[in-house]
Design a binder for this molecule. Structure first.
Ligand code: SF4
Ligand code: SF4
Ligand code: SF4
Length: 266
């Protein structure tokens, strides 16, 4: 399954972030007034989605650019790879969820997430982020944020259908917004939240070339699975080296005593 966020249709009403809080029983948090209309400045263990505002002064007018921020639900998820306690997994619908019975709050998922999304609550010692509303989607409902979005800036459905709709909408958006881009992160085997953006990803604070950190790949794909073999190989190499050295030393000792014997007898 997939969600499309179409920035050309978002009015920044923020109903999606309220619906997320209501459905997931997340309490409201105090916010700070800044020079922007943006209410939440960052994720917290109790704020899993918010609308980021970019107010750009272009061509003698203010350009309002909004992006809904939440976990991207990566096809290849760095958080899942980094977690040593197998606490993070993909659901059948393709969303990435944290199992709080296994999470120990180490924060590896926070440090290694491609988009810096999860947050650890020091009170519970667990990591939190958008879940994709599994209790809703398993029962045939849309995620709460999508359900509430009136201008259909958020659309949820089967992946093929969402990708086809995304392509169709993108062609339309490009006619009025020449800088529009599609953000689907094929490098991560796709993301479950695909974006139609009105500017390049960096403008919205998104990595242009999102990737799983090399250290996480090396740990998960090489060191962890082959670590046992590597250690056994290293021990074997050490043992063989030791035996060989001992053999050479013995031969050398025997040769030395021979030499001595030759000289002695000589
Ligand atoms: S509910 Fe829809 S229109 Fe409103 S802020 Fe969220 S994505 Fe944008
Ligand atoms: S955005 Fe971060 S937390 Fe979400 S699935 Fe990707 S790596 Fe994991
Ligand atoms: S999918 Fe569910 S948990 Fe994620 S942002 Fe939307 S409402 Fe919140």
């Amino acid at each position: 399954m997939s969600v499309l966020f179409d920035a050309s249709k978002c009015t920044a009403c923020q109903a999606c972030s309220i619906a997320c809080k209501q459905w997931n029983a997340l309490p409201a948090e105090k916010t700070t007034l800044t020079s922007s209309y943006q209410t939440h400045q960052d994720f917290t263990p109790r704020t899993w989605t918010y609308i980021a505002f970019k107010e750009a002064w272009e061509n003698n007018k203010v350009e309002w650019l909004f992006r809904k921020e939440q976990c991207m639900h990566c096809g290849e998820a760095a958080c899942e790879k980094a977690c040593n306690h197998q606490a993070i997994a993909h659901t059948e619908q393709g969303f990435v969820v944290i199992d709080h019975t296994k999470c120990i709050g180490c924060g590896y998922c926070v440090t290694n997430c491609t988009f810096h999304i999860p947050r650890v609550d020091p009170k519970t010692n667990k990591a939190y982020k958008c879940t994709g509303c599994p209790d809703r989607v398993l029962n045939g409902l849309k995620p709460a944020c999508v359900q509430t979005c009136q201008p259909e800036a958020l659309v949820y459905g089967r992946r093929e259908e969402i990708m086809a709709l995304t392509q169709k909408r993108f062609e339309q958006v490009k006619k009025t917004h020449s800088q529009a881009v599609l953000y689907a992160a094929p490098q991560l085997n796709g993301v479950n939240f695909t974006y139609i953006l009105l500017r390049k990803p960096e403008y919205y604070g998104l990595p242009a070339d999102p990737a799983v950190p090399f250290s996480v790949d090396a740990w998960k794909d090489v060191i962890r699975p082959f670590g046992g073999f590597a250690i056994a190989g290293a021990l074997l190499a050490t043992a063989v080296g030791f035996i060989k050295t001992r053999g050479q030393n013995n031969a050398h000792d025997a040769g030395s005593s021979n030499d001595k014997g030759v000289s002695k007898h000589g």
